[in-house]
Write a protein that binds this ligand. Structure first.
Ligand SMILES: NC(=O)C1=CN([C@@H]2O[C@H](COP(=O)(O)OP(=O)(O)OC[C@H]3O[C@@H](n4cnc5c(N)ncnc54)[C@H](OP(=O)(O)O)[C@@H]3O)[C@@H](O)[C@H]2O)C=CC1
Ligand SMILES: N[C@@H](C[C@H]1CC(C(=O)O)=NO1)C(=O)O
Length: 327
């Protein structure tokens, strides 16, 4: 069939979201899921899709058009990205904002050498919010841009706390400062520090015998993720965790407030309200996987971000049909 052949590397919340998002895109086909765990222990939504060991992934390079990397940004993607870029066109959701150029360079070399494409930092932030911050600051060159997230579950920060020694289960909610939002919406264009915009609230189940204060310190001092925020760490038992912390809503908005010409106030706002952070992020990954397949067909190689992808390539519609949607 002439469907785009897609595979998933890493099966967690995001991997599951990509599996269901692919089922909503009939021009694409999920050919397999790769996991570092024993494949027989990995339960997919669709039992007809094969699960393979990550160790065997190189053997599939000729059977996959695009590999969607669903590992964690803190420790999986920095290692898996450069490795897989040697064999596949890849898409990832890398979101450690401070390290994006480092990750770009680490992907660009192996991808160029292999004649492959590596699209990084796809999702909503980074991803769709990145595009809207760029539109805002470019179109309203005189102004201020603000990004607020939540109240909701950050997967990057939840993945990060789960990697801390002594943590059995963990989630992190991001809470925006209502006072800061008020000031921005009132057009004050305030100078706000990272700490003034959001607080971070963690719920942790400890491993047997782990020390709470040691875990708390590891989290609140964690560079790039928690060090610049006021962070609350709550310890709960597994039953409470499963009862109260199993859904993953999120959302947020990007505001650009500026002035044009003779001092006319202009505001651009882009907002998201997400019932499922992973399923939405996965839907963005799948749309960009389609664009990566088209760009690879045009001979594009190396690392790219959403800022480098012509938006029309995301659509399954043919260009003439898409042009009709312009107005
Ligand atoms: N750019 C954006 O807007 C967004 C980016 N993200 C990014 O997505 C990343 C992944 O998030 P998420 O899917 O929630 O992370 P998870 O913790 O659910 O999964 C990360 C990896 O952990 C492994 N894993 C999953 N479940 C288990 C388990 N039960 N036991 C052992 N290992 C397991 C999987 O690898 P394996 O199968 O190999 O074991 C998986 O790929 C985040 O780190 C974040 O950076 C997320 C949302 C938005
Ligand atoms: N990358 C984020 C997506 C948004 C959410 C977020 C935060 O709450 O800090 N930052 O960016 C995620 O992993 O969920």
């Amino acid at each position: 069939s002439n469907k785009i052949k897609v595979a998933i590397a890493g099966y967690g919340n995001l991997g599951r979201g990509v599996e269901s998002a692919l089922a909503q895109n009939p021009d694409m086909q999920l050919v397999g899921v790769f996991s570092r765990r024993d494949p027989v222990t990995v339960e997919l939504l669709n039992k007809d899709v094969p699960v393979y060991a990550m160790a065997d992934i190189e053997q599939f390079q000729d059977q996959v058009d695009v590999m969607i990397l669903c590992g964690g940004s803190r420790s999986d993607l920095p290692e898996q990205g450069p490795y897989l870029a040697q064999f596949f066109n890849t898409v990832d959701s890398f979101d450690t904002h401070a390290k994006v150029n480092e990750h770009f360079a680490a992907l660009d070399a192996p991808a160029k050498k292999a004649g492959k494409l590596a699209l990084l930092s796809v999702g909503w932030d980074p991803g769709l919010f990145s595009l809207n911050r760029m539109f805002g600051e470019t179109i309203l060159s005189e102004g201020e841009t603000y990004t607020f997230w939540g109240k909701g579950l950050s997967q990057g920060h939840s993945d990060a706390v789960r990697r801390v020694e002594g943590v059995k289960s963990g989630v992190q909610y991001t809470l925006p400062s209502e006072a800061a939002i008020e000031r921005v919406r009132a057009g004050e264009q305030p100078e706000l520090t990272t700490r003034e915009k959001h607080i971070r609230q963690c719920f942790i189940v400890l491993d047997e015998g782990a020390d709470a204060e040691t875990v708390r310190t590891s989290i609140v001092t964690m560079p790039d993720y928690f060090a610049d925020y006021d962070t609350e760490v709550n310890f709960i038992d597994q039953a409470t965790f499963e009862k109260d912390h199993s859904s993953m809503p999120h959302g947020g908005f990007v505001i650009r407030s500026g002035v044009t010409g003779s001092g006319n106030k202009q505001t651009i706002e882009y907002s998201l309200a997400l019932g499922s952070n992973p399923e939405f992020t996965a839907s963005v990954l799948v749309a960009y996987a389609r664009a990566v397949h088209k760009l690879a067909g045009l001979g594009e190689v190396g690392a790219k971000t959403v800022l480098d992808v012509p938006p029309g390539l995301l659509s399954p519609k043919d260009p003439a049909q898409l042009r009709l949607d312009l107005l």
